[in-house]
Design a protein around this ligand. Structure first.
Ligand code: ATP
Ligand code: MG
Length: 352
């Protein structure tokens, strides 16, 4: 519980590429909060493709153990994904989500309006199931009558669908519009997406919901038309809940609406642990140039703190970021500016 903590133990896993540039920025933002949170204590931890190339393992056991036994939460940078299969390598972020049972990936996408009084035209949250769907990675290659055949298993369980549904409804009921859209493709995939859709729809009727979610209006949409409408009229969306793969695609697409992947934060949340993670990847094209936008990572730190119960501290970080974006003078190249990562970070720190 938040009241009993005297220190806040935070694992830092920069991993690959620009992770090493943006995670230090997020750390500085947390330090700038001073005494409004318990004294932070940081644990710098290894993982990633670069680490794999040096040591032959992508997620060292020590990293998992420190996270499980020492830390209250963590911030993850990004991993490079080799474009071809590399023997022995599998993504450490996928493994961490499993190890720590971080079943919900929560991605708020918010445009910053020109003035604080105006409503942003995009203000939505993508709630992505984080443990199954095609990401169970059970793929096989065989040879059939006409040559190679590749198959993948798509797992959808009632349990995972129910808990992601509960997460999504809980978020929706706490927002002004209280609107939830279920994303699926059950006209084609009637068994898997059918189970997802039915299970999420059933959440308000569960005994543990006890009438609490009755204010939430529920819509549903096929994933293809959802992407179309997202680009045409993003303002219709409030909370979107989706199986793993659709959620992945929709949240990157939504990121395009607000200008840059470098702005979009997320958390991976379970019942006992939370890990902040910018939505972007390791951005090899700009890594090492000190031009990565640190705002997604900084906002991820804020989301993580809010999830732990430090809502005021989170709001201080988020307001500082909004001011820097609105001001528009000190921004990285992805947003049309010419500032360095450190300059943007310094500007945010000043506002905090
Ligand atoms: P990965 O395999 O690690 O995902 P990627 O090549 O797909 O790498 P992403 O990190 O997903 O690269 O980024 C996609 C594009 O968005 C790249 O051109 C990258 O430079 C840009 N980008 C991503 N994050 C940022 C950021 N924080 N600041 C600036 N540009 C970014
Ligand atoms: Mg990518």
């Amino acid at each position: 519980s938040t009241s009993t903590r005297s220190t806040l133990k935070i694992g830092l896993i920069p991993a690959d590429g620009i992770g090493h540039e943006v995670i230090p920025a997020a750390k500085e933002a947390i330090l700038a909060l001073g005494s409004s949170i318990p004294k932070p204590e940081f644990f710098l931890l290894d993982a990633g493709f670069e680490y794999f190339k040096r040591k032959g393992v992508a997620l060292p056991e020590e990293t998992v153990q420190v996270l499980k036994n020492e830390c209250d939460c963590a911030l993850f940078g990004a991993v490079s994904s080799p474009s071809r299969k590399v023997v022995g390598y599998s993504s450490p972020i996928v493994a961490l989500r499993k190890e720590l049972d971080l079943y919900a990936n929560i991605r708020p996408v918010i445009a910053v309006a020109p003035t604080p009084e105006e409503k942003p035209n995009v203000d939505l949250v993508v709630v992505r199931e984080n443990t199954e769907c095609l990401y169970v990675k059970q793929e096989v290659l065989t040879t059939g009558k006409h040559g190679k055949e590749a198959r993948a298993t798509r797992l959808i369980t009632e349990r995972a669908s129910r808990r992601i549904g509960q997460t999504a409804f809980d978020i929706a009921v706490g927002r002004p519009r209280k609107h939830l859209t279920i994303i699926h493709k059950s006209n084609v995939l009637s068994v898997t997406d059918g189970l997802f859709r039915e299970t999420v729809r059933g959440v308000p009727a569960l005994p543990e919901s006890a009438g609490r979610l009755d204010d939430v209006t529920v819509a549903e949409q096929l994933v293809d038309s959802a992407v179309y409408r997202l680009f045409r009229e993003p303002q219709i969306y409030d909370v979107m809940v989706a199986p793993n793969l659709y959620g992945d695609i929709i949240s990157d697409a939504a990121a395009a609406l607000v200008g840059s992947l470098g702005l979009i934060p997320s958390i991976n949340a379970g019942d006992t642990f939370v890990m902040g993670e910018p939505v972007h990847g390791s951005a090899p094209d700009i890594a090492g140039k000190s031009i990565a936008n640190p705002l997604a990572a900084i906002r991820s730190a804020a989301l993580m703190l809010r999830h732990l119960g430090y809502g005021d501290a989170a709001a201080r970080i988020e307001n500082a970021v909004d001011i820097v974006i609105r001001d528009g003078r000190i921004l990285t190249p992805d947003l049309g500016g010419s500032a360095k990562t450190q300059d943007v970070t310094a500007e945010v720190l000043k506002r905090i």
